[in-house]
Design a protein around this ligand. Structure first.
Ligand SMILES: Cc1ncc(COP(=O)(O)O)c(C=O)c1O
Length: 356
């Protein structure tokens, strides 16, 4: 059993003087100070069900209140699902976010894996293959875009599987989906009314740059959300987070500016990588890239040289299935990305020099 501290996540070495590309958080902020951070928010109990967050999802995405369960960050929902829903075996992808497996194990649910391979661009299996693999499982937990490979799962594929196997559960983590321009078409949130067995895990901490506040939701069919509430602790969303969520409904300009920044910077970053010979983009979408180090020099020295320049990227060697030399970095502001790319170009030039 992995303990809380045995698996290192990105951001773990956070230091205010370092440029942290290891967490995939927006580099922009929707507002400068957390709203409602006054004595009022601290001295009163929040609502028992995080209603400020539920209001955000209803107003911003037109969802019905009874389809939303507010969370203290998406992570709370990842652990709630296998605890609240009786399951025997859950199918996961590897590499993917570590906590699906840990949450399943804590809840006594067995896990099995479908390996995603670099040779196919970490593509998810096609419908028939996935349907066949699912025969031994009663749930699938998938991430789209997958962290850290960036692979996208089509909402149609999940809905087709959910219709074919109404007795199986489909948990879909959309923590990074909001960064994509086609988010509104790609999200399953608007389809949950038609499927009792699909639950979307959603996070507000990444897109709205609030990892310290912890905000997110499970979005599902009203019958499913009602069942999940039977297992949910009260007051897990604090009053500051509730107030912040209410403010987020008016942040359309921020959302557009962020998506535009990410799309423009992605193009520049991809162009910058094409002449490099010691590292290549192996995956990533939305606001992060997965890169494989193929230089002859040591990967540890390369990471240390970045750290020496005040830059942290996510060493991905502890992702199951990414034991090769992979790292992930997030898309940040134009100036911050320039600093990272300059540092990577120097690492690459040193490798090329080594071989010459
Ligand atoms: C794929 C994925 N889902 C969920 C989470 C947790 O999100 P939150 O900060 O909203 O709890 C993370 C955190 O890194 C993540 O990478």
């Amino acid at each position: 059993m992995t303990s809380l501290f045995s698996h290192r996540h990105g951001g773990a070495g956070y230091h205010p003087d370092m440029l942290d590309f290891s967490v995939s958080i927006s580099p922009l902020h929707p507002f400068d100070a957390a709203p409602g951070i006054g004595t009022q928010s601290i001295r009163t109990y929040p609502s028992i069900d995080g209603s400020g967050i539920r209001e955000f999802y209803c107003r911003r995405y037109g969802l019905e209140k009874d389809t939303v369960l507010a969370l203290n960050g998406a992570i709370e929902g990842i652990y709630l699902l296998p605890r609240a829903i009786p399951l025997r075996r859950m199918l996961l992808f590897a590499p993917s976010f570590h906590d699906y497996m840990r949450a399943a194990r804590i809840a006594g649910v067995e896990t099995g894996f479908v390996r995603l391979d670099v040779s196919t661009g970490f593509a998810f299996p096609a419908y028939e293959e996935l349907a066949e693999t699912l025969s031994g499982y009663d749930a699938l937990f998938a991430c789209t875009p997958n962290n850290p490979t960036g692979t996208l799962l089509s909402p149609e594929l999940i809905m087709a599987l959910a219709s074919r196997f109404p007795e199986k559960w489909f948990f879909v983590d959309e923590a990074f989906l909001q960064f994509l321009p086609g988010f509104e078409e790609l999200t399953l949130m608007k389809h949950v009314g038609a499927f009792r067995n699909i639950v979307v895990v959603h996070s507000l901490t990444k897109f709205y740059a609030m990892p310290g506040l912890r905000l997110g939701a499970l979005v599902g069919h009203p019958d499913t959300i009602r069942k999940l509430y039977d297992f949910k602790e009260p007051w897990t969303v604090n009053a500051i987070a509730e107030n912040a969520a209410r403010e987020l409904t008016g942040c359309r300009a921020y959302e557009e500016a962020l998506r535009l920044l990410v799309a423009n910077e992605r193009k520049k970053i991809m162009d910058a990588f094409s002449p490099m010979t010691s590292m290549r983009i192996a995956g990533g979408s939305a606001n992060f890239f997965l890169v494989q180090w193929c230089g002859e020099g040591s990967f540890d020295s390369m990471l240390a040289s970045l750290q020496g320049k005040g830059i942290i990227v996510r060493d991905c060697r502890n992702f199951d299935g990414l034991e090769g030399n992979y790292f992930r970095f997030s898309v940040r502001t134009t100036e911050e990305n320039r600093i990272l790319l300059d540092a990577l170009r120097i690492c690459d030039a040193l490798q090329t020099g080594d071989r010459a």
